[in-house]
Design a protein around this ligand. Sequence first.
Ligand SMILES: Nc1ncnc2c1ncn2[C@@H]1O[C@H](COP(=O)(O)OP(=O)(O)OP(=O)(O)O)[C@@H](O)[C@H]1O
Length: 326
Amino acid sequence: MGEPGGPAVTGPAGDGPSRRPPAGGAPVPRPPFLRVRNLRTGYGPARVLQGVDLEVEEGEMVAVLGQNGAGKTTLLRALSGLVRGRGSVGLRGTELLGRAPEEIARRGVGHVPEGRGVFAPLTVEENLRVGAHLRPGSELAEDMRHVLTCFPVLRAHLSQPAGSLSGGERQMLAIGRALMARPRLLLLDEPSRGLAPLATRRLFDVLRAISTHERVAMILVEQKTQLAAEFAARSLVMESGRLVTPGMAGPPGDPSTQGTRPWHGSPPGPGTWQGSGPPSTPDVWQGPGNPSTPDVWQGSGEVWQGPPSGGRSAPGRPRPWGRSHG
Ligand SMILES: Nc1ncnc2c1ncn2[C@@H]1O[C@H](COP(=O)(O)OP(=O)(O)OP(=O)(O)O)[C@@H](O)[C@H]1O
């Protein structure tokens, strides 16, 4: 069951990274397009997600990698409301947890599940129309044109049953059907499954173009890790029910986050925290030892040693801890 009374997600939706500053003041950071906090869920007594934290910006493609059974599919299901979660999932400032899957879809979340889910007896065109059932009819022709521009190969098969398509064509149809709903966030579960490397590259090219030019955020669950990492703006790994960034060091003494990022919580002692990332995807470091007064470190591709000996460090101001190595 979701937690409607969970942490409030506030702030207006919009395009830029920050709101207009109050007269004479610094810009107020806008909440990220998607902000997931401490998301937990499972199946019956089995806990799968143990506290996922994730932020995705508008138009950003994030790859989620990890071992079989790590919980990647479960994460996508929780985000689209197919399994109930606890914690917080904020989309453009609106809490999604506790809402029905159809309402989440209506709010702009498209989910392409694993396995090329298409309606095999329906034609390609009928499948696409089904995808548009949440949208006004007058836009259907325009959306259809758009999808066929993204996946021109489907045009030749419009009146053919979807069940007769090749694996790659079915995958394109499944994604095309999701696009018909004009999602702002697209959840893609192993879209490359069964595709040859060249076909995967072509598909990822199309996805990246959609994310870049139409500002559709994407969470791409993939087993083809290298290729996914090449196309995505960021890669995260599902580990022990949490999302971590490969190659980043957490606070020493915390085995659950050792060598990983992001990390939230009180550090057990001075150590090294490594962060990186473009300014549009700030890294948050909370501490030291007092979660109520978080320090915010905004990533700049540098590596900083910490934690600070005390006090807060605002972005752009000198930090009380030094740069260690780059
Ligand atoms: N419907 C379900 N009922 C019970 N357990 C489930 C269900 N779906 C998944 N699980 C279990 O939840 C855990 C996570 O599964 P999930 O499918 O999310 O992993 P995954 O990372 O996507 O794996 P893969 O890469 O193999 O697809 C696994 O242990 C799996 O057996």
